[in-house]
Design a binder for this molecule. Structure first.
Ligand code: C5P
Length: 221
């Protein structure tokens, strides 16, 4: 579940409400910058796993050191930008603790063909996603973050051994919010996703625990 909150108190209140229903919490740049490593310890103390979504992209040595530090903090998943290239990715893979899964980000879903053009990438956006996914696999990352619309293509191309994580999923009863290219949780799983990242359908629900249970029931059907 995406724990997209501005500060620790609100985040921990929701973790407490959802206790036992959610296996892993995704903590991103906003909450981590506001609350620091203490938020990781507080969430881990509830027995949940942590997906630290920092989307690292820097020189190989700096990324390797940050990956090592994240491993020391006990997180189970960490994101890196695949556009950092193979030297950065291989340094990250070498530095990671055995319990840490390194997940690669291909092209952000907020990027368009125009965005790629602005930074000098002439490839078609879909080709760029595939190129980066292949680079991630050959560099040894454990998994990829992917749109649920692309998860089937990537699963077919990369095989069963890579972990595919999809944000941008919406149950039929939830608001789309700003997500444009979403699918239902069930469709994402059928396409081959291993993990679903879901935020506002749970955080904005009047009863967040009931929302999680409804999603789990729909997946089990
Ligand atoms: O609230 P919602 O379910 O849309 O949250 C999805 C989470 O996944 C957010 O933390 C968002 O930043 C993240 N994400 C995304 N699309 C991507 C990459 C990350 O929605 N391509």
């Amino acid at each position: 579940m995406a724990l997209d909150f501005p500060a620790q108190a609100k985040a921990l209140a929701l973790v407490s409400v959802l206790s036992g229903s959610v296996s892993t919490y995704k903590i991103g740049l906003q909450l981590y910058t506001a609350a620091g490593p203490a938020i990781l310890q507080a969430v881990a103390a509830t027995g949940a796993k942590i997906f630290l979504d920092l989307k690292l992209h820097d020189i190989p040595n700096t990324v390797a050191k940050a990956v090592g530090a994240a491993g020391d903090l006990g997180v189970q998943m960490l994101t890196v930008h695949l556009s950092g290239g193979s030297a950065m990715l291989k340094a990250a893979v070498e530095a990671k603790a055995p319990h840490l899964a390194l997940l690669g980000v291909t092209v952000l879903t907020s990027s368009t063909q125009e965005t790629l053009g602005e930074i000098g990438i002439a490839s078609q956006l879909q080709d760029q996603v595939i190129r980066l996914a292949d680079l991630g696999k050959s560099s040894g990352v454990d998994g990829l973050i992917t749109s649920p619309r692309e998860v089937g293509v990537l699963r077919a191309r990369l095989g069963p051994d890579i972990t595919l994580v999809t944000p941008g999923v919406r149950p039929a009863w939830a608001a789309a919010d700003d997500q444009k290219r979403f699918t239902t949780p069930r469709e994402a799983l059928k396409g081959g996703a291993d993990y679903l990242v879901i935020g506002r359908p749970i955080t904005a629900a009047a009863d967040p625990k009931a929302a999680v249970e409804r999603i789990v029931e729909e997946l089990a059907d």
